[in-house]
Design a binder for this molecule. Sequence first.
Ligand SMILES: CC(=O)CC(=O)C(=O)O
Length: 236
Amino acid sequence: MTEFAFAPPPVPFVPVAGGRRFAVRRIFCVGRNYADHAREMGHDPEREPPFFFCKPADAVLHDGATLPYPQGTQELHHEGELVVAIGGAGRNIDTGSALGHVFGYAAGNDLTRRDLQARAKALGRPWDMAKGFDGSALIGEISPAERIGHPARGRITLSVNGAPRQEADLADQIWSVPEIIAHLSALVALAPGDLVMTGTPAGVGALVPGDLCRTQIEGLAPAELRIGEGGPPQAG
Ligand SMILES: CC(=O)CC(=O)C(=O)O
């Protein structure tokens, strides 16, 4: 058998409640999925179909991790989000069967280098370097759908050092989880290991070294990270 030129990298994973690991394949993110957040970013929520961007699988950060303040930015922002873990393959999935492709749910934080994003938007360039940097995808422990069902409503909050910054209800999402899966699977074939970060409510804001940032969603394990001084990410 032909050998690899170097040892294959470790498989990124997210812990699952009860002890297993969810191997991460890809991370998709939905943009502007809460009307109030779309408005705070200067957009009209009524007229826009969902759009997607990606983060690398190895951008995953576990609950309890310290993220050294990322390089290349002066404006690191938090975005608390519901994360959907895909457990069943499919494309062109209809909304009626979409939930059958879901393995479970987690709380997460779509960390964003807002200054780089603003520059990319102004120049009509991709968001990859604003959204897909090392440690940019905090994903909390996954609760399997077979245990908790499929949360269509419930409080989602994000706090920094205990002070509330973001608060909404999952029912406020413009596009529901089945609709997101239907739209996304019309663009790519979904597969077990894919994660979908489903968008953030209003109230995004800056994080600085020393901050403790916690995303909490009713019925799910919280996802927390601390911001450290600059340097490579450290495991949780
Ligand atoms: C404007 C954004 O940063 C998009 C996004 O990540 C979200 O709405 O969530």
